[in-house]
Design a protein around this ligand. Structure first.
Ligand code: SAM
Length: 485
């Protein structure tokens, strides 16, 4: 007689072996396995270190998968390191900081390889190189967006009745309705902590209220801080629900006086319900309204809204990889699609006779034009257009090399079709910069079906202690490798 064994239920306790860091759920998690009388279960949790064995509580079961919460450690992992940040475990920011950096890099390479395997490119997973890690995996962020809120996250060790109506910091894990008062963020530049403390104290003493996320009222919404690694200049962007100069200006001036490291302060104001920091009209309240950064010897002016890689040091590493992969002897024309403020075009200007950069955001193209003129480059042209329309423009000269750096969602299908047509017509190389291994793998697989072959993938860790990374994929026409795919 066969008996059906009961499967694990929420609240049950189970022993789990943690095996790998994981980005499959889109969040930073650890994945492992647990043996149970009813079978072997795939487990995941927000915290845990590969190599450890823990006693855990089942939170949820979906088929053969369990979401669990660790209760106690049975065997410690040799990859465990002390988390550096005081807010670790509560803040939703960087969940891998209790795992050695060397193991983070090894597993991040696995993210890129696994995504390729899932999309049928198992053979190409071998061309994924070791991740280029950060020499300084702390204090690497040159920009951080902190939020004000009327709903402060209360920590477990706080006394009863602690004031909860004002906060300035980051969201706790999975709680976008609350804000954790952050005293210092260990991945952001050093001056950010004192700036936050001053802003918090001044707002309270001047009686400025924080934005209420449910009632859509209150003045202070975000405080975005940005620092140049090249010059040390610091830009603060104060985002408010209305301009209110009579209330905002005294606050801004007092903040600049209390934190002389701030070289410029701007204000954006909007009262939309969405939590977008950079929106609405800009007022420059102090300084010149931008900071100056450098990338592989080129100058960039960064305003509050300009896009720039958030890790200045690794941006140089990524720039070098882009140069190495895109550079081709004798190549004349390069397209830099999704060019933003033109960072890659500036880095590649001496490798091609002509570069055309394309981005649909007017503000980005305006930054790109400013960057062209400060670097006195005459062989680069920027155009404000959607890539989907640009790639189908009739009569456009054939590019030798195409560089694409799309948003996380990856390439539109029509753009993939246009790139396939370029391989047919004779474009010699396609360099794909991506911050999302899954959509990049999907697009590489579509490109591989029609004439592009993936020959190298170089991951660069721009975001230590998080699940994020950038990767530069290099594709060449399959016929140049001796046969169509
Ligand atoms: C990941 S950023 C790349 C920025 C730039 N390559 C850099 O590293 O500085 C993606 C860019 O794509 C642009 N973008 C998004 N959708 C677009 C589209 N359909 N056509 C053109 N540009 C687009 C965004 O404005 C953004 O600047």
């Amino acid at each position: 007689m066969s008996t059906t064994l009961r499967k694990p239920r929420p609240g049950d306790r189970i022993e789990v072996s943690w095996l790998e860091l994981d980005d499959r759920s889109g969040a930073q998690r650890v994945r492992g396995s647990a043996a149970h009388p009813s079978g072997v279960y795939d487990c995941s949790s927000r915290s845990g270190i590969p190599g450890a064995r823990v006693l855990a509580e089942v939170v949820r079961r979906r088929g053969e998968h369990l979401d669990v919460r660790g209760l106690e450690t049975i065997k410690h992992s040799e990859h465990a390191v002390p988390a550096r940040c005081a807010h670790f475990g509560v803040c939703g920011g960087c969940g891998f900081q209790d795992t050695s950096y060397a193991l983070q890099l090894e597993h991040k390479r696995g993210f890129v390889q696994r995504a390729l395997q899932i999309h049928g490119l198992a053979a190409q997973a071998g061309c994924v190189q070791e991740v280029l890690g950060c020499d300084q995996p702390w204090r690497y962020r040159n920009k951080m967006d902190f939020s004000f809120s009327t709903k402060r996250w209360i920590e477990t060790d706080e006394p009863q009745g602690a004031e909860r109506g004002f906060a300035l910091g980051l969201h706790p894990i999975g709680r976008f309705d609350r804000v954790l008062d952050v005293s210092d963020c260990s991945i952001t530049f050093e001056e950010a902590g004192p700036i936050l403390a001053s802003a918090r104290a001044l707002a309270r003493s001047l009686g400025l209220e924080a934005w209420d996320l449910e009632r859509f009222e209150g003045l202070l919404r975000h405080l975005v801080v940005r620092k140049s690694a090249a010059t040390g200049e610091i830009l603060v962007d104060l985002v408010t629900s209305s301009e209110s100069p009579e209330r905002v200006d005294p606050f801004a001036m007092a903040l600049v006086q209390s934190q002389p490291c701030i070289t410029t302060l701007v204000q954006h104001s909007h009262d939309r319900p969405s939590q977008i920091a950079q929106a609405g009209p800009e007022r420059v309240l102090f300084g010149r309204g931008f900071i100056e950064e450098t990338l592989l010897g080129r100058k960039l002016y960064l305003s509050a809204q300009s896009f720039f890689q958030t890790n200045s040091c690794q941006a140089q590493v990524l720039g070098k990889v882009v140069r190495e992969q895109a550079r081709l002897p004798g190549a004349q024309l390069c397209w830099d699609l999704y060019c933003g403020a033109g960072a890659w075009a500036l880095c590649l200007a001496d490798c091609f006779e002509h570069i055309v950069g394309v981005d649909s955001l007017e503000a980005a193209i305006s930054d790109a034009h400013a960057n062209l003129s400060i670097n006195a480059l005459t062989n680069v042209r920027f155009e404000c257009a959607g890539v989907e329309a640009f790639v189908f423009r009739p009569g456009a000269p054939l590019p030798d090399v195409v560089l694409v750096d799309p948003p996380r969602a990856g390439l539109a299908e029509s753009v993939v079709q246009a790139l396939l047509a370029l391989a047919e017509r004779g474009t010699k190389r396609l360099v794909y910069v991506s911050c999302n291994p899954r959509t990049a793998a999907r697009d590489c697989a579509l490109l591989a079906k029609g004439g592009w072959e993936l020959v190298a993938a170089v991951p660069v860790d721009m975001f230590p202690h998080t699940q994020h990374l950038e990767c530069v994929y290099t594709l060449v026409p399959s016929r140049s490798l001796g046969g169509m795919a």
